[in-house]
Design a protein around this ligand. Structure first.
Ligand SMILES: [Zn+2]
Length: 291
């Protein structure tokens, strides 16, 4: 099963980033298969608009129907079996679609906080500012690899304005970065905190109204939860400064809760940060695809 897992777990992006490592496996997944490889297959199908039913890791009738629909759409042999050809199609299909949709687009990526403003600090001492910078830089790398243009509001552990500046000045500077670059969308990355109940875990996304921002928030939540396994807490309206003042579709994502031990621990790992970035990438691509 490890090899199967290797085929799908990185399919969405890593095939583009490390094409050598994933092409040799000739494993087959079909009706009756189960496990992580099937969860990854189901996530991929779902993110592409094919409904595999619940993401339960069991290759049942609905997952088979989704595989058949995918095969039919791509002109492959329609047998409901994921062999090397269908696995490769799932891989290259995402990459080529992502390249096509990202061409000519500028994504503003805003890792929240930084410098003197650490954001939320977990019990283990993890700083939100560090987590979101790592996720943001990984997202930048992935987007650029697929031909997207990226403008970062920060690339180091620094705020844009000095100590003594107001929140409005700092956040205004971030919105201005996106505007100067003519960004097509603004994505602010944060980790949540809820002191009252450390049991609360999961991901949320926020927008300030409008069809495009709402869609972007919804696709990003699907992407994050699909790739990281975090529970979806919700897509909500919010009047945050960066959302209110952005003239382009804007979303603020809260990936995990710093007040939750498990979320905090996950957020400190580079593997999880990478999955979170991949989730954002998948969400961006699906949004650009019009979903
Ligand atoms: Zn924050």
């Amino acid at each position: 099963m490890r090899r199967l897992f290797a085929i799908f777990t990185m399919v969405a992006v890593m095939a583009v980033i490390a094409p050598g490592g994933l092409c040799s496996a000739a494993a087959i997944i079909d009706r009756g298969s189960s496990g992580e490889a099937v969860v990854d297959l189901q996530k991929m199908l779902k993110s592409r608009g094919f409904d595999p039913g619940s993401l339960d890791g069991v290759f049942g009738p609905r997952t088979e129907m989704a595989v058949r629909s995918f095969q039919e759409k791509l002109g492959l042999v329609v047998d409901g079996i994921v062999g090397p050809q269908t696995a490769e199609a799932l891989r290259s299909d995402f990459a080529s679609r992502a390249r096509r949709l990202l061409a000519g687009k500028t994504i503003a990526v805003d890792p929240g906080h930084g410098g003197w403003n650490s954001g939320a600090v977990g019990q283990g001492g993890t700083r939100e500012a560090d987590n979101v910078l790592a996720i943001g830089l990984e997202l930048e790398r992935m987007l650029k690899q697929l031909g997207g243009r990226v403008v970062m509001t920060r690339r180091t552990d620094k705020e844009l304005t000095g100590p003594g500046s107001s929140d409005a000045e700092e956040l205004g500077a971030r919105v201005a970065v996106a505007e100067r670059a003519g960004a097509d969308m603004f994505i602010s990355i944060h980790n949540n905190a809820y002191e009252k109940n450390p049991g609360v875990s999961g991901a949320m996304t926020f927008h300030h109204g409008g069809d495009a921002s709402g869609r972007l928030a919804a696709r990003l939540l699907e992407g994050i939860t699909g790739e990281t396994g975090l529970e979806p807490v919700g897509v909500e309206w919010a009047g945050f400064y960066v959302l209110r003042h952005s003239r382009v579709p804007a979303t603020l994502v809260e990936i995990g809760f710093m007040t939750n031990r498990q979320d905090e621990k996950a957020l400190s790992s580079s593997a999880f940060r990478s999955r979170a970035a991949r989730g954002l990438l998948v969400g961006i691509v699906e949004y650009l695809g019009g979903r």
